[in-house]
Design a protein around this ligand. Sequence first.
Ligand code: CO8
Length: 258
Amino acid sequence: MTDFKTIKVELKGRVAVVTLNRPDSLNALNAEVMAEVAAAFAEIDRNKDIAVSVLTGEGRAFAAGADIKEMQPQSFSDMYVEDYFAGWDRFAACRKPVIAAVNGFALGGGCELAMMCDLIIASEKAKFGQPEIKLGVTPGMGGSIRLTKAIGKAKAMDLVLTGRMIDGEEADRIGLVSRVVSHDDLMSVAMEAAETIAGFSIPSIMAAKEMVGRALELPTTEGVRFERRLFQGLFGTHDQKEGMTAFTEKRAPGFKDS
Ligand code: CO8
């Protein structure tokens, strides 16, 4: 794995742990972080030995948003013509599951980054919010869409229009996160979930991620068809035979990711 300046990447068995590492600026997401995260996840997608990732932040933030100091002087054409921050779409397109382990502030682009992940496990110290309205702008990394799909219009409007922060408990109650856990247990719970997923067959892990992702975008009939095609396709794998044979033989499966 390449060495990076603004993130740390560690491999733990079949799990990649990626840590945003600009703690002095609360892991604010600048162009360099975006490029490094996109490059790291492109490598993770290509690496046959990695099944799943955990994304977290160093220090007291997951990420306190896009880097306001970097954005402040930008013009309309910097934003529009150069499509500033479109690189985050490359992260969102990662085909293997990503677990966000949200250790602190996840604000603005930080909340939007967590929502690009597949599971969100929050520390009870986590703080979520879309405070861009206070800066004279709005969410710009998919927050208005992903947040509204995750928690519904009434709750999304509350967060986007008031800019207020919510804690991990409230985020859990309204369905923004998968689980909330004590701060000290955050990484062990995230790793346990990651290792559980990593124990399965990579083609089925990727198919599961793809179909749940498409569920948010397709009408029901099309979504059900899409799911069925992927399900049927898995009958072309060794691991479907092995998984079902192991069940009937009352033994653990030996998956080969093929
Ligand atoms: N950008 C740049 N620097 C930041 C950011 C940020 N988003 N957040 C914190 N920092 C820096 C601070 O400036 C400070 O640096 P310094 O020590 O040099 O002054 C350092 O981090 C520590 O922060 P604070 O001293 O402010 O720490 P506090 O504990 O007092 O406050 C807060 C913590 C409440 C999190 C506070 O820092 C804060 O409000 N941060 C900004 C949160 C925010 O508004 N986020 C949204 C940003 S806009 C955005 O994300 C848009 C996304 C869409 C972009 C799409 C582009 C196409």
